[in-house]
Design a protein around this ligand. Sequence first.
Ligand code: MEV
Length: 435
Amino acid sequence: MAKRDSRIEGFYRLTPAQRLQKVCEFAHFDDAQATAMYGGQLDIERADKMIENVVGTYELPLGIATNFRINGRDLLVPMVVEEPSIVAGASYAARMVRESGGFTASHTAPVMIGQIQLIQVPNMADAHTAITAARMRVLEHANQQSQSMVARGGGARDIEIHRFDETPMGAMMVIHLLVDCRDAMGANAINTMCEAIAPILEEVSGGQAMLRILSNLTDRRLATATVRIAPQSLQRDGISGAEVIERILWAHAFAVVDPYRATTHNKGIMNGVDPVILATGNDWRAIEAGAHAWASRHGRYTSLSHWYRDDDGFLCGELTMPLAVGIVGGATRVHPTAQSALALLDIHSAGELAEVCVCAGLASNLAAMRALATEGIQRGHMALHARQIAMAAGAEGDEVTVVAQRMIREQRIKPAAAHDILATIRTEYVDADRA
Ligand code: MEV
């Protein structure tokens, strides 16, 4: 089979149908997988089983980021998102990274934490000893709850005991159950395990179990992406690559020291991560919660990514973040488009999906910093923004491009301008027809 090449020249100039054709060729899709990519496949019966009080389904654009090469393998990355420029930015950054060999990515074991809160513990020291002694019993009971996870090589691995002597309500103990979730995100299995072992913990500690729930600060389930980019790949509009690197490093330094900037900088990272999470049917709220908690882990909110210049003058970037994603269970299995998105990525473990997400995050971060540090982000944004305003004003087909281009030329990118231009071109068209 020919080696897959994610560098597809002029992909953005194709029609959606032509792009889908390219994607299907790349991924060797059958008709059902292609149809699922096209969308509109989440039928109301299925949707009605996913959440409560369903009245319909909600569509978002699914775009494909090109140029990604991760650990030597070319990938087309599915991204579901409403914001213009994100797919283009990620593709553009992936192209720069590719020129220097692509992304290197890795992930840790998929170990998550379940928490059991114990209150009214009569004697903390005795409870600590008793819980430690009951460790095997607790783990065995936890593993009886999720035999499929155990069969796949995962399951409860260990317990940890934490003490909070002073809280607004008094002392409490918090038991962490460490669970290797393999290819599942794991929330359901962990919550079931926590509820199942709580009575044992109550019995041996003499306390009362309150909350029994996973933690979304999945600081043991991490993924890392690194890049090393030659200066010449970064030069732009008469600004040398070395100067662009200098400016990017100032942008990064700003995010390191200032939480106001770090929040926006990290939002730019999540611009790459969340659309992949969404496309593959994963829980983006969990990922967001984990990412921002991780960004504050040293006591002050800061940049998730780390950028520096190496001795050869190359720009080096690194992003490590919690990424609790699954490829089995939940919406990943139920949503037909999520299934096609996973098939497009051709990945076979949750860890590999986490690697794609972290690379997309680093790519989006690079694209944003490079734009901000050079021309600013509005130039690129405005072209797409103008198209959206044109469509909102009622422009259809080729009218969208004509209205958008005129608004940009006239430097009046506003709904009123779109309406005026649309009315004018429609009159011109009718007049031409009559002539
Ligand atoms: C916009 O969605 C994201 C940016 O604000 C990120 C950043 O400022 O780094 C451009």
